[in-house]
Design a protein around this ligand. Sequence first.
Ligand SMILES: NC(=O)c1ccc[n+]([C@@H]2O[C@H](COP(=O)([O-])OP(=O)(O)OC[C@H]3O[C@@H](n4cnc5c(N)ncnc54)[C@H](OP(=O)(O)O)[C@@H]3O)[C@@H](O)[C@H]2O)c1
Length: 231
Amino acid sequence: MRIGILGGTGNMGGGLALRFSLMHEVTVGSRSVEKADESARALGAKAAGFYGSAMRGSIKGALNEDAVENRDIIIETLPASAAITTLTAIRDRFSYRQIVVSCVVPMKRKGKLYTWSPIVAGGCDEARSAAELIRDAVTPVRVVSAFQTIPADYLNDLEAVLDLDVLVAGDDETAVESVMGLARDIPGLRPLRVGPLENSKWVESLTPLLLNAAILNHLHDPSIRIVPWSP
Ligand SMILES: NC(=O)c1ccc[n+]([C@@H]2O[C@H](COP(=O)([O-])OP(=O)(O)OC[C@H]3O[C@@H](n4cnc5c(N)ncnc54)[C@H](OP(=O)(O)O)[C@@H]3O)[C@@H](O)[C@H]2O)c1
């Protein structure tokens, strides 16, 4: 698959690029083409050093707007504050066949803890998820919400053995299935459907909850796995 990552020079985007480059053609997007190229070179070297001859994909750099064109899947790993404005500015580069994956978590610090802090947009009173606002910005492109609870540090550590769930929310079954397939391409990640895109708000709000659990209980980078009861 051809994957573009908006904000791909960051922690989360870089981690996903490293993992997906084993099998896929990845373009890391940035506001600066020089930064994108430099980041792609460093990530590509790290991936090639780890995967060796098993590496079937690649990593290159581009401006965010160019990282969208001719991609099958566009992953958004931008800060919440820039997520909608960036997409709105480049929306004419999208094609309706593509799938956008939102990893965005809108949250803010409140004292020593974190809280979910929905992006305020469009004069809407109701708190809506970042993924729904992203959908509104790129309609009719299909949007799926995923990867919010996977810490970037785990992805960036290629030696790390993952045993985690990826909660996937979306309205289009074909798009959800594609993103679940993508998640399965990272060993140790188990994708789980959690319903329509509007449920993304529950997934997004898990991240500040996990961070608070880490702060209050002295844990490092907690993630989640849903465990069935088996007496
Ligand atoms: N870090 C994690 O563990 C993690 C896990 C799950 C989900 N997420 C989510 O993934 C997203 C990215 O997180 P991150 O930790 O990777 O963030 P980050 O490293 O701070 O930022 C990602 C990239 O966004 C671009 N950027 C920053 N400010 C921008 C602006 N004002 N306008 C346009 N682009 C801007 C930068 O790229 P350029 O300077 O190259 O343009 C930066 O490299 C967030 O929404 C976060 O909630 C993070």
